[in-house]
Design a protein around this ligand. Structure first.
Ligand SMILES: *Cc1c(COP(=O)(O)O)cnc(C)c1O
Length: 290
């Protein structure tokens, strides 16, 4: 029977329920992580937990488990579901409170760990690349809600996703309020121009992705010049290559943006090299579940 971890217990996933007074539900008050396991190894679990606890700290949300306890519960959730290749969704909300938004009236944060399978885009898109558009919505400003926090308040991303899907595209690129490219709805963005790999800095309003960091390490290892840099849509349209990264999507080429063909319209050589190397390293940096 598939189970989920919910506040200290493992419960049947069909019966797992939280209160309608949970502020995660009422206000989107909380944080989450998306984590993957490859062949029974949880990829960069320590990095995910470090980010989760940092995001919780920024929101003054005290997670009722230590990082070590959380790691153990995550492993146990994967084990109890007999999964080897899984996607783990870890959610910590402010917990049950009253109808007002005061988080100090919430007794205890809610902790949920779900382990399941996920596939974000069809295999054909990994082979041929994604065609995407730029959203008319702007990514949340760092002055309002810093996009470095993977919060339960995901409406900014959802509105951009709706716009893309309604227009017939699987994904949308988001700019910040100044017009610089920051990221996609749930993925970081990279471009390659004249042999140099670029991605926007987190301070521009992009999430500090674990996959993004892995790709940067891969570039260093492969001797591909890399720079964290602010850039505009012009730089994307005229790039030789473009790809997106995220735990769920992994790394996926982009071959068209706003009807502009990127490079020769096929996944780029550097992109392919990085994706190939990512497939090699993704079982190396991890926590063994079994
Ligand atoms: C999770 C997420 C990413 C990707 O981060 P990973 O750690 O690589 O999964 C990028 N952008 C947003 C908005 C996200 O929520």
């Amino acid at each position: 029977m598939p189970v989920v971890y919910l506040n200290g217990e493992f419960v049947d996933r069909e019966k797992a329920a939280i209160s309608v007074f949970d502020h995660g539900f009422l206000y989107g008050d909380g944080v989450f992580e998306g984590i993957r396991t490859y062949d029974g190894v949880i990829f960069k679990l320590d990095d995910h937990l470090k980010r989760l606890y940092n995001m919780a700290k920024a929101l003054l949300l005290d997670i009722p488990l230590s990082k070590e306890e959380m790691a153990e519960k995550i492993c146990e959730t994967v084990r109890r579901n007999n999964l080897k290749d899984a996607y783990i969704r870890l959610v910590v909300s402010r917990g049950k409170g009253d109808l007002g938004l005061d988080p100090y009236k919430c007794s205890k944060p809610t902790v949920v760990i779900i382990a399941d399978e996920i596939s974000l885009y069809p295999e054909e898109m990994y082979q041929n690349g994604l065609k995407i558009i730029t959203s008319t919505y702007r990514r949340n400003s760092i002055q309002t809600l810093d996009p470095q926090i993977k919060s339960l308040n995901y409406l900014n991303n959802i509105l951009a996703k709706i716009e893309a899907v309604k227009a017939g595209y699987p994904e949308a690129l988001l700019l910040n309020l100044e017009g610089y490219v920051v990221e996609c709805t749930g993925d970081n963005v990279f471009i390659v121009s004249d042999g140099v790999l670029y991605t926007p800095p987190s301070a521009a309003g992009a999430l500090g992705g674990i996959t993004r960091a892995t790709v940067i390490d891969i570039a260093k290892k492969l001797g591909i010049p890399f720079e964290e840099k602010y850039f505009t849509l012009f730089n994307v349209y005229t790039a030789d290559e473009c790809f997106l990264t995220g735990t769920a999507a992994e790394a996926i080429p982009v071959t068209e943006v706003d009807n502009r063909v990127i490079g020769n319209g096929k996944p780029g050589e550097i992109t392919k090299k990085i994706i190939e190397e990512f497939k090699k390293v993704r079982t190396l940096y991890g926590t063994k579940v079994y």
